[in-house]
Write a protein that binds this ligand. Structure first.
Ligand code: NAD
Length: 461
């Protein structure tokens, strides 16, 4: 049974309920997680408030030392954490152990270092006879709500900057994938003081209770726009700070001078990794009309030769299949689209071509192994089509011409824009979007800043 972790101890929910955990690769129940109620959220917030009283006063050096030890502990449990992650998500084991978990541990180390770098504008006399300076302070108790697509990584992206900045945390993993998060908090109870990192298991009701809790000073959520809107409404009632990462619908603009071998290889990888359940997935290819047929044929070939893991649930697969069914008569299914005859929640890597800008498949975040392809004629058309969706997280441009790419770096309305690569990510690099993709940054110094508040302090002479 996966338990809540409150004050460093594994505790069952006070409500006594539980939820079955299903392995998406086999569609079988592999375990159970405790299902919390409002009393558990109260308890966890109380623990975080108690811990905040002293954690906020620790020096960056002390926090950093503990976080570096935390990273070492996670590293020494990488096989166990991988097993938990793989059974909850159905992810391929190698990519989980060799890429996702190590990259997440690097995030802990990054924030352990970043919190030791003093940053602030100059202390000086801006008014006669008064010296003014700036303090960057922790915000307080952070309520954090994570999704199921990268459970361990998203949990780390949430707690590490918050804790490094001197906050304490109540973190809710997705109800579908709580195991690696609960175990991480249990392991870290050996280094972090009790109450600094609390984990509460449960579904949307528990997330809503966290967002509405008067003891929570900041709410951070990665998930759907629907959940983000609900959280922002709840937080608005008491003016709690909100930090939202709500997915994307990334355009991939392929010009006629692009290196098509490299482009298609990288785009197919970025589209089908994690079965496309990725907010930065390279899902929306816009190809110049002179290379359109070639791009479609190459993507179709890549789809036929790519193996992906399952989707997270039957419901998520049904959602993607239902979206594919909205394809209008002018669209053409050129690869995949079928549900393989095997156990688990699989869907074939898919390419749908001939789409138009208003089609639902273009406008919606698909969050499955699906690439849509549209054709464009001029650079202005490409820009308008790329920007012509509600989401604004990630975009990429593929061309050999710097002068052609530069205006797109400026004019694409997305939180990350790259040329000849798609959504490169690192612990130092801010991640977060515009529009319905939400606001606030994860990672980088900007991620740390988001978990601090600015105070002007002044002293008269
Ligand atoms: P979701 O938004 O419902 O779930 C994400 C997290 O939010 C979970 O922990 C969930 O329990 C919690 N939650 C849900 N409703 C809440 C509420 N009203 N108040 C507080 N917490 C709440 O995501 P989903 O329904 O599992 O997936 C639906 C779609 O969301 C996906 O198809 C995808 O488009 C998008 N999504 C995006 C990301 C991302 O990385 N940005 C991650 C997961 C899902």
């Amino acid at each position: 049974m996966i338990h809540n972790i409150i004050r460093g101890r594994a505790v069952p929910s006070s409500a006594g309920g539980h939820r079955d955990l299903i392995n998406p690769a086999t569609a079988t129940v592999h375990g159970r997680a405790t299902e919390s109620g409002p009393t558990d959220v109260d308890d966890a917030v109380g623990a975080a408030q108690e811990a905040f009283a002293s954690w906020r006063l620790t020096t960056p050096a002390d926090r950093s030392a503990l976080m570096l030890r935390a990273a070492d502990i996670l590293e020494s449990h990488i096989e166990e954490l991988t097993d938990l992650e793989v059974t909850d998500t159905g992810k391929p084991r190698d990519a989980t152990r060799d890429e996702e978990i190590p990259a997440s541990i690097d995030v802990v180390r990054f924030f352990a270092g970043a919190c030791r770098v003093p940053e602030g504008r100059s202390t000086a006399e801006y008014l006669d006879g008064i010296t003014s300076g700036i303090r960057r302070e922790p915000v307080g108790v952070c309520g954090q709500i994570a999704p199921w697509n990268y459970p361990f990584m998203m949990a780390v992206w949430k707690w590490a900057p918050a804790v490094a900045a001197g906050n304490t945390v109540v973190l809710k993993p997705s109800e579908l994938t709580p195991s690696s998060t609960s175990r991480m908090a249990e392991l870290l109870a050996d280094v972090l003081p009790p109450g600094v990192l609390n984990v509460v298991c449960g579904g949307p009701d528990v997330g809503a209770a966290i967002a509405a809790h008067p003891g929570v000073a900041m709410v951070s959520l990665t998930g759907s726009p629907r959940a983000g809107r609900a959280v922002a409404h709840a937080a608005a009632d008491r003016f709690a700070r909100v930090h939202l990462e709500l997915g994307g619908n990334a355009p991939v603009i392929v010009f006629d001078d692009a290196d098509l071998d490299a482009t298609v290889e990288q785009v197919a990888f970025a589209a089908y990794y994690n079965a496309g359940q990725d907010c930065t997935a390279a899902s929306r290819v816009l190809a110049h009309q002179t290379v359109y047929d070639d791009v479609v044929a190459r993507l179709a070939e890549a789809a036929r030769t790519t193996a992906t893991g399952p989707l997270i649930s039957a419901a998520q697969r049904d959602r993607v299949v239902a979206l594919l069914a909205t394809a209008p008569p002018h669209a053409k299914l050129v690869a995949g689209g079928g549900v393989p005859d095997r156990d688990g929640f699989y869907l074939e890597p898919t390419v749908v071509a001939g789409l138009r800008q208003d089609d639902e498949l273009v406008q919606s975040e698909i969050f499955g192994p699906v690439i849509t392809v549209q054709s464009f004629r001029t650079d202005d058309d490409a820009l308008a089509m790329a920007n012509g969706v509600e989401q604004g997280l990630t975009a990429s441009v593929w061309t050999r011409s710097h002068s052609r790419a530069l205006p797109f770096l400026r004019d694409l309305d997305f939180g990350a824009v790259s040329v000849n690569s798609h959504a490169p990510m690192g612990s130092e690099l801010p991640h977060g979007g515009f529009g319905s993709s939400g606001y606030g940054k994860d990672l980088g110094i900007y991620g740390l800043d988001d978990y601090t508040r600015v105070k002007h302090i002044a002293h008269a002479w």
